[in-house]
Design a protein around this ligand. Structure first.
Ligand SMILES: Cc1cc2nc3c(=O)[nH]c(=O)nc-3n(C[C@H](O)[C@H](O)[C@H](O)COP(=O)(O)O)c2cc1C
Ligand code: SF4
Ligand code: SF4
Length: 378
């Protein structure tokens, strides 16, 4: 199947061929590392690279302490050479950067252009890097991080922020700050927090989310995708065998189900995207508090869903519980009545899930982007 039809993922203006990324490891993940795994990944963040005097000095100290680092006296030139090696591949490339000021990031972006994703490393917890005003320093100083994001965005590039969950005072608040500052991607090392953390962030902002930490089985990958991740990334386990197994498994799952990162039902712990599978608002269940939290009345929710499926096969379904497929459950919940309606419409169960995905995108747009439009309007 064509990769766009399979995943419908576009990042930095290009189709992502598989929702698997290589996460950076300083001193290890460069272009050659990525090229050796090219077949099985859709995205790769090379680095981290230190890009100004304070962070380069920190890297030197870290290397003296026994860590592997990429140390360069001309980071822009070296990064250019690295990126050129990835040109012509179907991998969306990103550079993971440690910098201590907005100006340092902007200078690199002006040199390298908009063909790569700029990932701000707000993740590194080495004391030397934090003392240099980079890495985890940014998680304790979110206003500085937001400044860097906005400055980079003003150069017209795609911006990712790599964070470690549980370090900032409030991960949801941080996600919202970064979204409003203009970030495109949030790349989250979930540490030991599990899927509830990715759901919490999914419910806080509309950013493209890459979930990271100990992704080495398809079960783990699927669980992260079902709780709000758009992609997963691997660092320590990014060997070709693991990447290949995940790529094969997610392709088969996407083709079979029609929606590779479909959420769980809301009452089974799903994130807000799962409103697409929710019933008519007629009973006391987890739907009511969820609507209350997002400030949508049951009537608005009802009318919005009905309007959103007008003139699509989802408007049909007279034999279903609520008279329309708009209110029907996820395909993994067996239901004869839904399946009869789907058949009548001449579509497959996978097509049904693709329509449910469209509906969930409209719901998420209504929840978040209206807020953004209101912000812009002042
Ligand atoms: C040796 C090593 C170096 C790392 N260097 C960086 C880095 O430069 N920038 C960064 O954002 N994360 C860095 N990380 C963090 C990884 O990208 C990743 O978030 C972490 O290892 C957890 O994911 P994993 O379980 O897939 O390895 C590094 C990790 C390791 C093990
Ligand atoms: S509306 Fe239906 S699917 Fe949604 S939480 Fe309630 S019972 Fe579950
Ligand atoms: S008809 Fe079946 S799929 Fe639709 S809401 Fe009722 S139980 Fe769920």
């Amino acid at each position: 199947m064509d990769p766009y039809d399979r995943y419908e993922l576009i990042v930095n203006g290009r189709t992502v061929k598989t929702p698997i990324a290589i996460a950076s490891m300083a001193g290890i993940v460069d272009s050659d590392y990525v090229l050796a795994r090219e077949e099985y990944v859709g995205m790769a963040f090379i680095g981290g690279y230190s890009i100004d005097e304070p962070t380069i000095n920190a890297s030197v100290l870290m290397e003296e302490e026994g860590r592997s680092e990429f140390i360069s006296t001309d980071p822009a030139a070296d990064l250019k050479a690295e990126i050129e090696k990835l040109a012509g591949t179907d991998i969306i490339s990103g550079v993971n950067l440690r910098g201590s000021s907005s100006e340092s990031f902007v200078l690199i972006a002006e040199e390298l252009g908009d063909g790569v994703i700029y990932e701000i490393d707000a993740h590194c917890r080495q004391p030397a890097m934090i003392n240099a005003g980079s890495g985890e320093y940014y998680l304790h100083n979110p206003e500085r991080l937001a400044e860097v994001v906005t400055a980079l965005k003003e150069t017209g590039v795609t911006v990712s922020v790599k964070i470690r969950a549980g370090v900032a005072a409030d991960d949801s608040a941080l996600a919202r700050i970064l979204w409003k500052a203009g970030a495109d991607i949030l790349h989250i090392d979930l540490m030991d927090f599990g899927v509830s953390k990715i759901r919490q962030i999914r419910n806080s902002c509309p950013l493209f989310l890459i979930a990271n930490n100990s992704v080495n089985t398809f079960d783990r990958m699927k669980d992260l995708l079902a709780h709000g991740a758009d992609m997963v990334s691997l660092a320590r386990h990014s060997d070709a065998d693991t990447l290949k197994a995940l790529d094969n498994a997610i392709a088969a799952y996407a083709d079979e189900t029609g929606w590779y990162n479909s959420p769980k039902q809301l009452c089974r712990g799903g994130d807000l995207r799962s409103l697409t599978f929710c019933c008519m608002p007629v009973k006391q269940c987890p739907l009511m508090p969820a609507l209350q939290k997002i400030g949508m009345s049951p009537k608005d929710y009802h009318d919005f869903k009905v309007k959103s499926v007008e003139n699509t096969p989802m408007a049909s379904g007279s034999s279903t519980c609520f008279g329309s497929l708009a209110w029907c459950c996820k395909s993994s919940t067996p239901c004869m009545f839904r399946d009869i309606s789907i058949k009548k419409e001449g579509i497959t169960l996978a097509d049904y899930m693709r329509y449910k995905r469209r509906l969930s995108e409209k719901i998420m747009d209504r929840i978040f982007n209206e807020e953004r439009r209101e912000d812009i309007a002042g």
